[in-house]
Design a protein. Structure first.
Length: 209
């Protein structure tokens, strides 16, 4: 991952107060995730941010370990009303403490496009899931060519914003490239959807081979 922890630490208090942009799309995502969870499921969420999704899904899983490499984000997560089955930890997926663990489901929401070496991260995720286990993700695919002038201008603006510390690392991901990366990492895609459709926030349920 790119060393953007300071950026996320700085914006964490404001991020925690932000309203969800598209509530119907978020609720549809949660419903699709719930269909793949079990009451005894061991779940890892990485890039958990301020913890809202982990806490929302807590009643649907046995336990959730929610991690983020930003100390500021984890501080905000710990300040929320908790749930006994959810634990927050400042870490990324390469943290040594995860090496002896196995998870039935690994989740990553709105984070894969913020990772520089995605192949390495997905290889690590693959190692944390037993064969037949699931990786569930949702990723803004703002590299799609059909998005028009607005997103072309955003792509041009982001490098300048990064230079002044106003934006983190961003991958201009496409749906086809993301699916191919998951398959290359040893996953079989079993379900997809775009919630919302435009710009596509690509939802994928992938099973470890």
């Amino acid at each position: 991952m790119k060393p953007d922890a300071k950026f996320w630490d700085r914006i964490a208090p404001k991020y925690a107060l932000q309203a969800i942009d598209d509530v119907p799309a978020y609720e549809l995502t949660l419903d699709r995730v719930r269909d793949h969870l079990a009451p005894d499921a061991r779940v890892l969420e990485f890039g958990c941010g301020t913890g809202a999704t982990a806490l929302t899904l807590a009643p649907d899983a046995g336990s959730i370990l929610a991690i983020d490499f930003s100390a500021g984000m984890i501080a905000q997560a710990n300040a929320r009303f908790g749930h006994d089955s959810v634990r927050f930890m400042q870490a990324d997926v390469f943290h040594d403490d995860l090496s002896g663990m196995a998870f039935d489901v690994v989740m990553a929401f709105n984070v894969l496009h913020l990772i520089d070496d995605l192949d390495a991260v997905l290889t690590r995720v693959h190692s944390l899931i037993p064969p037949g286990g699931l990786f569930i993700s949702k990723t803004p695919c703002i590299g799609e060519r059909s998005l028009g002038l607005k997103f072309s201008l955003i792509r041009l603006a982001i490098p300048l914003m990064q230079r002044f510390g106003k934006a983190p690392f961003v991958r201009f991901e496409t749906i086809s490239a993301l699916d191919a990366t998951l398959e290359r990492a040893g996953f079989d895609i079993v379900e997809t959807g775009n919630f919302p459709v435009r710009p596509p926030n690509h939802f994928v349920v992938a099973k470890r081979r």
